[in-house]
Design a protein around this ligand. Structure first.
Ligand code: DGJ
Length: 465
């Protein structure tokens, strides 16, 4: 009978801990693990690992992904500047492109804010029908400039119609106090409807501001920003969440309103600080499983929080997660693609434009990773300023592979009512630009790309359903 050795030594490896052989084994295991992780990543995302501008096999979206340059010349220095612009940047520093953008007397004014002659007009467009012109005035079916800033879209399955909700800023711009940010009194939330995403009918102010009652959240001297609406399939209600604040942005709360119809009227319910935390720029997101989430800038805008909503979407619930801590991001616009969550955010520079960043996560609760600047085309300053605009929403385009519409605001702090809309094609595909924190630099996520176009339209064959 053979003796069984309880502590039989392996005949393959004769390694003592700490010996060079053990070290080699550890190194080889690490290499093997890394290769397995990489193999897993490539197989899971193999359809997305491609460069966004080499997508010739996708005839529907090829045009949207063309890289378009923008000839942008800074005007030569000149003597006379607006005193407000000089105060903003100091007398000695030469004006940057952003200073030019913010200077209402700049020679580039008409470049950034072209006048009404070039407006997108659903009744006068002829051959230009269905073309988006980022930054140009956009008229509704009554011929008035659309007032839906900081907004978002809802696709209503019941009526097979898109609804666009946003801030109505059609009042005078002023500063509440010297040195304070430009503002417009609360007029309310506007709503527009469309079946083609291009022709918009004004449905009116579906949540009006409050003229007289100065204790009301919606009192005209307060702040109502970034309204977003989702539909609750269980209750049948349309639920609006928005940023509610006082004139100095110290209330830092979210507000909730509800309606039985997408075109309102909405009944304002209440405001609160979610989980007791400050909440400024925000959005809401309804997932495929019907669960909904609130995403908000918190802790002095230094981080974002994501919180679940209750089943009726009328309140927040647990869990809540702190994400992008210390990254100082705002204007979150969240979307989902092939099971992965993506988000575009801006930096925090008031009404002035800055660089967008794209983030991704396997789970909505994180960990979220930052992938870099999604902007493609234009020129460097265009890309560093999100094409002189700030994210607000990303619209899914069912049936168009990997494609979305990126919705942004080109704020005009000198005349906020004349702020413009920058809608551009957004695609998901190709390797990311920046090394990723949690993945040892491996391309787990696909690149989010927002393509600059002076003029573009959705593919002719595209229909909502
Ligand atoms: C940046 C935010 O994204 C906007 O919604 C608005 O709050 C401005 N700041 C105000 O300066």
């Amino acid at each position: 009978m053979r003796m069984r050795h309880k502590y039989r030594k392996s005949s393959a490896f004769h390694c003592n801990a700490g010996s060079p052989c053990a070290l080699l084994a550890v190194v080889w295991s690490l290499v093997a693990c890394t290769l397995m992780v990489q193999f897993y990543c490539y197989t899971r995302h193999d359809d997305k690992v491609e460069h966004p501008i080499r997508l010739n096999h996708r005839p529907l979206t090829r045009e949207l992904e063309e890289v378009e340059e923008e000839n942008f010349q800074m005007p030569p220095p000149r003597g006379k500047r607006s005193p407000r612009a000089i105060k903003r940047r100091g007398p000695r520093r030469p004006p940057s492109a952003i200073d030019e953008f913010l200077d209402e007397s700049s020679e580039l004014r008409n470049f950034f804010f072209p006048d009404r002659r070039t407006a997108i007009d659903p009744f006068k467009e002829g051959n230009n029908s269905m073309y988006f012109y980022p930054g140009q005035q956009w008229l509704d079916t009554d011929g008035n400039p659309i007032q839906a800033h900081g907004g978002g879209l809802l696709y209503d399955e019941n009526s097979e119609t898109y609804y666009w909700y946003g801030e109505n800023k059609d009042g005078p711009t002023y500063q509440a106090h010297s040195g304070g940010a430009a503002r417009v009194d609360i007029i309310g939330v506007s709503c527009y409807s469309s079946s083609d995403l291009w022709t918009w009918k004004n449905e009116g102010v579906v949540l009006p501001g409050e003229e007289m009652n100065d204790t009301h959240d919606l009192y005209k001297l307060n702040v109502l920003e970034r309204p977003k609406v989702i539909h609750n399939d269980k209750t049948g209600q349309y639920v609006m969440w928005m940023h509610i604040d006082d004139v100095n942005y110290t209330k830092a709360s979210v507000g909730v309103a509800v309606s039985d119809s997408p075109s309102g009227p909405f009944e304002y319910l209440y405001s609160k600080r979610p989980h007791g935390f400050e909440s400024r720029d925000m959005t809401i997101f309804k997932d495929d499983d019907g669960k909904a989430y609130l995403v908000y800038s918190s802790e002095d805008n230094s981080e974002l929080h994501i919180s679940s909503l209750t089943e009726d979407y009328l309140d927040i619930s647990q869990p809540m997660r702190r994400i992008l801590i210390g990254q100082h991001r705002e204007a979150p616009a969240l979307f989902k693609h092939q099971g992965v969550y993506y988000m575009v955010t801006s930096g925090c520079t008031g009404w002035a434009p800055n660089r967008a960043l794209a983030h991704a996560s396997e789970s909505i609760m994180g960990p979220w990773e930052t992938m870099g600047n999604p902007c493609v085309g234009g020129n460097r300053i265009f890309r560093m300023t999100t094409f002189f605009s700030q994210s607000t929403f990303v619209v899914p385009l069912p049936g168009l592979p990997n494609s979305f519409i990126f919705m942004a605001d080109r704020w005009n702090p000198a005349e906020l009512r004349d702020s413009r809309y920058v809608w551009l094609p957004l695609t998901v595909g190709g390797p990311v630009d920046e090394p990723l924190e949690y993945n040892f630099g491996f391309p787990v996520w696909s690149r989010v790309s927002v393509f600059w176009h002076r003029k573009w339209k959705l593919p002719d064959g595209w229909r909502i359903r």
